[in-house]
Design a protein around this ligand. Sequence first.
Ligand SMILES: [Zn+2]
Ligand SMILES: [Zn+2]
Length: 182
Amino acid sequence: MIMTYSQNNNDMPTPHFRVGEFKCKCGGNHGIKLDCELVEKLEELRTYLDCSRIIINSGFRCPEHDRRVGGNGGGMHTKGQAADIVCYDRQGDIIPAGVVCCAAQEVGFNGIANIDNTYTAVHVDTRSGSKWYGDEAVPGGTSSSVCEDFYEYYPDVKPVGEIKTGMIEIDGVKYKYTLEKA
Ligand SMILES: [Zn+2]
Ligand SMILES: [Zn+2]
């Protein structure tokens, strides 16, 4: 269910996320649209990855703000169904996008994409009826899916429980990650 909250609402729909974290960054005084399923799945993702925190870089966007940041004014962020996130592990290190994408697939997000060249920020959304597994750092990764299964796209990533710590190499850059079964 998609809720509309007032601009200053700071309720916690789930134990680790506040409505205010999803507020539009335009600075305007308008309500906050937020899909309950989005927050519930983010909570599941947080548990799955055993995150110390998940930062919401962008949640709800009004159509004007969506266009200002390069959207078409009608995407999943404008419906309150999307979040751009950075996940941190227990050591305070950023969990690489490849690991987060696989985890987001595990918890059932239908829209998932790496969204930056350093592979640290991930877009997730609760679209229904279709899937988009993207990678905006590669040509075509914005408009169409790069894969049907992120474990094939990021072959060094293993499901939680099979591996606890390791390195993932993306474009020649090595990232350390730690996964512990929650
Ligand atoms: Zn706005
Ligand atoms: Zn996004």
